[in-house]
Design a protein around this ligand. Structure first.
Ligand code: AMP
Length: 556
């Protein structure tokens, strides 16, 4: 983290710098620092980076750097291929945000969305197309996606695309792009199949990996208990509140990625009754000093900060470091959690990870050779139990040490006949209400893994029960699809189409049977209707399939 490269140092144009600053990005992440310069030189790049590292901006910014502003009826100059529709939307939204000042036109194309809308947008002209391979092939075959002017092709999450059976589609798409294009491949893992694709389609790529091993055992803070919670974005601030209530830190430092997130979270947590203060690079030294003063004096309990602002911060009152997002690389993680566990005291480091970010957590565990225990967000019942505990502790302290005589008159007035017990109960109730943060009645839903990916990738170090739950009862339904071998259908096409159009992963799908004229595929009963509805809206190998529950299910 000694490197303090700024976005301006990377040579990005003013419109992009303005957009990044408006988004509250304070400095490039490691993958951005490493990938943007070679990409701007036109080099091919082979990057190993998972979601959460900032890889989208790493490829989107150099693409946007090339845009001729004002040129609106352009044929696409960049094509980004992604495995799922969710990612297509996410990447195109991010690219659009970064290219806002340039009025960049970015279009996601994926199966399941009416093709007409995509056609209209393509006709109007776009700069960047973000597509799933299947739908890109559909458009190429219809002659509606012209890739002759493409200067940059990005294969994002290449390993996932191969897992979903898109290898041939990718080859076919690359074949219709200009040979002198720039090709960039990002993948969380680099198995031999990726190396093969890279060898065939990338020219002398610059290899970048952000998974560096840092901090030998002596560098790591020895007394930091490291824990993580998997929560979806929608439940993050509620989960943070719940965790804080149970942990009751004396003072906590909460890290966010951007200034805007710092401001938003500070507002949210203040609204929830915490004494929270923001600290980021946009504040003057005087403002920062004031914030630090409040933290040291104990009038603030939460300091919400960006990495940049917290650099060099030395506060010994801190008991907890909380990563509101998984930091973009292990170095940043080590740096952040080093803020607690000083001077021989035990500190706690808590990381909130979104489901897609579990891979980053595994990277950090590997790079720091330390285990991060994945735990469940405390339930409402656990929280209540904890609040009763703290109330009891507080009253016990008062009984032993405080001078209580002036309250005797209150008891005398309320319980002239001596029913002191009732008075004590009522007083406790009132006290409890006053100090306990408001509890939302609803529990925060536990994140249920979509498939076995996390368990393949990472050891589940949780010591708590109930870490993962089975999603369905395992009952499967056979679906009939009116496409078979004579239409060139292979298992990968079906898995790819179904996985792409629904929430299912490869593991949920199968067995698959392909005959000359039709195919059958088994999917979890609970998802059958959704799969049918989604596949009806899409095309497989350029054809619109018939799909229904297999009537001959029993006999076959
Ligand atoms: P990605 O790995 O591309 O999915 O990005 C993960 C998250 O990091 C997204 O929410 C981005 O908005 C955010 N992000 C990307 N680059 C930066 C940066 N340089 N500073 C702060 N946040 C960033």
């Amino acid at each position: 983290m000694s490197d303090t490269t700024t976005f301006a140092d990377l040579g990005l144009r003013a419109e992009l710098l303005a957009a990044l600053s408006a988004l509250g990005y304070e400095e490039p992440t490691p993958i951005q620092r490493d990938a943007i310069p070679p990409m701007m030189e036109g080099r091919d790049v082979l990057g190993q980076a998972a979601t959460g590292t900032g890889k989208t901006a790493a490829f989107a910014l150099p693409i946007l750097q090339r845009i001729e502003s004002g040129g609106s009826r352009a044929r696409p100059m960049a094509l980004v291929l992604v495995p799922t529709r969710e990612l297509a939307v996410q990447v195109s939204e991010a690219t659009w945000r970064y290219g806002r000042e340039l009025r960049a036109r970015v279009l996601p194309i994926y199966g399941g969305q009416p093709i007409g809308r995509q056609l209209g947008a393509l006709r109007d002209g776009v700069h960047v197309v973000v597509a799933t391979p299947g739908r890109a092939i559909d458009h190429i075959q219809r002659g509606t996606l012209a890739l002759g002017d493409v200067q940059v092709v990005v294969l994002d999450e290449a390993d996932e695309m191969l897992d979903m059976g898109f290898a041939e589609d990718i080859e076919a798409i690359l074949d219709v792009t200009p040979a002198d294009r720039q090709t960039v491949l990002f993948s969380a893992t680099l198995p031999p199949r990726i190396a093969t694709i890279a060898k065939r389609h990338l020219r002398e790529p610059v290899r970048i990996t952000i998974e560096r091993t840092t901090g030998g055992p002596d560098e790591r803070p020895p007394l930091v208990r490291q824990r993580a919670f998997i929560v979806t974005r929608a439940h993050k601030s509620a989960a943070l509140g719940r965790i804080l209530d149970v942990e009751a830190p004396a003072a906590a430092l909460v890290f966010c990625r951007t200034r805007n997130e710092v401001d938003q979270l500070t507002e949210t947590m203040s609204g929830r009754g915490y004494r929270a203060e923001a600290l980021h690079g946009g504040m003057s030294q005087e403002q920062r000093d004031r914030v630090m003063g409040r933290l040291r004096a104990g009038t603030a309990e939460l300091l919400i900060a960006t990495d940049v602002a917290a650099r060099g911060l030395d506060v010994d009152v801190l008991t907890h470091v909380i990563n509101y997002d998984v930091p973009s690389d292990p170095d940043a993680y080590v740096h952040r959690i080093g803020r607690v566990g000083r001077a021989g005291r035990e500190g706690v480091a808590i990381t909130l990870a979104e489901p897609r970010e579990q891979r980053l957590l595994a990277n950090i565990e590997r790079a720091t050779s330390s285990a991060i225990a994945v735990e469940k967000v405390p339930s409402v019942a656990e929280l209540r139990a904890r609040q009763i505990e703290t109330t009891t502790e507080a009253v016990r302290r008062a009984l032993t040490s405080d001078d209580l005589t002036r309250y005797g008159a209150v008891v005398d007035e309320l319980a002239p006949d001596g029913d002191v017990r009732r008075v004590a109960e009522a007083a406790l109730k009132r006290f409890h209400e006053l100090r306990a943060a408001e509890v939302e009645e609803a529990d925060i839903p536990e994140y249920v893994p979509r498939d076995d990916r996390p368990s393949r990738e990472r050891r589940h170090t949780t010591g708590k029960p109930g870490g993962r739950v089975q999603r369905s009862d395992g009952r499967k339904t056979r679906l009939f699809i009116g496409l078979g071998r004579s239409q060139g259908i292979r298992p990968g096409d079906l898995v790819g189409a179904i996985a792409n159009e629904s929430d299912l992963s490869g593991k949920d799908i199968g067995p698959i049977r392909i005959t000359e004229r039709f195919s059958t595929v088994d999917v979890p009963e609970a998802a059958a209707d959704a799969v049918i509805a989604a596949i009806k809206q899409t095309t497989i190998k350029g054809k619109r399939p018939t799909i229904r529950r297999d009537r001959d299910q029993e006999r076959r």
